[in-house]
Design a protein around this ligand. Structure first.
Ligand SMILES: NC(=O)c1ccc[n+]([C@@H]2O[C@H](COP(=O)([O-])OP(=O)(O)OC[C@H]3O[C@@H](n4cnc5c(N)ncnc54)[C@H](OP(=O)(O)O)[C@@H]3O)[C@@H](O)[C@H]2O)c1
Length: 320
């Protein structure tokens, strides 16, 4: 059976990654598109080959009334996720939801509760979990090959041209660098460290918003303690561009990854200074395939609602 998947929001990530990834997955196809303007939805639908007889909408309710629509990918500003996801779940549609899942803890909880009640799959779009190098590191760590983790750090930044993006907006976004990339770093740390160290027990942060003086973080430094031994530092910024870096230091090995925090599944990784080979694959294809396979009962969602919710709770604490 081929699943019919709709895309909500026709912005950058939908256009450059999610719709092209959907084209490559097995067992699903782009069915329909929602935009604030039908003409933009129609253009996107034509560009990416959406297959529904009526494939372009500006009303979410009308899109969700389509009985042939099986699921949606939501790729809109963060503060819109909750109302759109809740509406989709109530219409019985499965959901792959962009990160961070919501801008309040209450919204994150409501999304997970409604999806559970309506028995629809809810996956969070943390594509770094589908980076093949990261997957090798996670397997080695979880299998005990690297020894016990003691310290990890991630640096991921970009240079924003100005503060006109919705992420810097008072209500459409809740965090800026922390939502753009920090939430990914939190998910990466949780994926790696949670199974071997246990939950986050402490969090400290320093947040700077001095350049634009807006409501949200421009540069943020967040420290997390996992269990009682491992510490993870995360630095994010929209004020400068730097090669991304992820380090994981364990009792038997040190992992250094450069340029792996990004969209393309590439970068370089060394373990104790020796290169780690991995196949460079588009991580968004893995992410969307996991969503499709979970709907069909062939796999479990990699990042379920409960993880998305915990991530939002940590973001809220970090920005406080
Ligand atoms: N996982 C990743 O690698 C990744 C990377 C980037 C972004 N994201 C996430 O994906 C989501 C979208 O981010 P993006 O970078 O694609 O943003 P974007 O380029 O600004 O696109 C967002 C889209 O949302 C729709 N939208 C609806 N109401 C809007 C409003 N009031 N203001 C602005 N846009 C509105 C717009 O589509 P219409 O004009 O058609 O309505 C817009 O094109 C966010 O949650 C973000 O965190 C994830």
């Amino acid at each position: 059976m081929t699943l019919n998947i709709g895309i909500i929001g026709t912005g950058r990530i939908a256009h450059t990654q999610l719709a092209p990834a959907l084209e490559q997955v097995q067992g699903a196809r782009l069915w329909s598109v929602l935009s604030r303007e039908t003409a933009r939805a129609a253009e996107f639908a034509a560009q990416h080959g959406a297959r529904a007889p009526v494939n372009a909408y500006e009303s979410l309710d009308s899109m969700l009334e389509d009985p042939s629509l099986d699921g949606v990918i939501i790729a809109t500003p963060d503060a819109l996720h909750a109302s759109q996801a809740i509406a989709a779940a109530r219409a019985g549609k499965h959901i792959l939801l962009e990160k961070p899942m919501a801008t309040t803890a209450e919204d994150a909880r409501e999304i997970t509760d409604v999806c559970k009640h309506e028995k629809v799959e809810l996956g969070l779009a943390y594509h770094l979990r589908w980076h093949n190098g990261h997957r090798k590191i996670a397997s080695m760590l979880h299998d005990g090959v690297l020894g016990e983790p003691r310290y990890a750090r991630a640096l991921w930044t970009w240079q924003a041209e100005d503060n006109s993006n919705w992420r810097a907006h008072e209500t459409l976004g809740r965090w800026w660098s922390l939502a753009g990339v920090g939430t990914h770093c939190i998910d990466l740390m949780r994926w790696m460290l949670l199974p071997v160290c246990g939950e986050v027990t402490r969090l400290g942060s320093v947040v700077d918003k001095s350049t634009y003086g807006g409501p949200h973080d421009e540069t943020a430094s967040v420290s997390l303690q996992f269990g009682d031994k491992a510490i993870a530092d995360i630095t994010t910024s929209v004020m400068f561009s730097a090669t991304s870096r992820f380090e994981l230091h364990c009792t038997q090995a040190s992992v250094i990854a450069e340029g792996t925090l990004g969209p393309d599944g590439g970068g370089t990784i060394t373990i104790n200074n020796a290169p780690l080979d991995f196949e460079v694959k588009n991580p968004y294809v893995g992410e969307v395939q996991n969503f499709v396979d979970a709907i069909e009962g062939r796999d479990r969602i990699a990042v379920p609602g409960v993880e998305g919710r915990r991530n939002v709770e940590l973001l809220l604490k970090a920005a406080r």
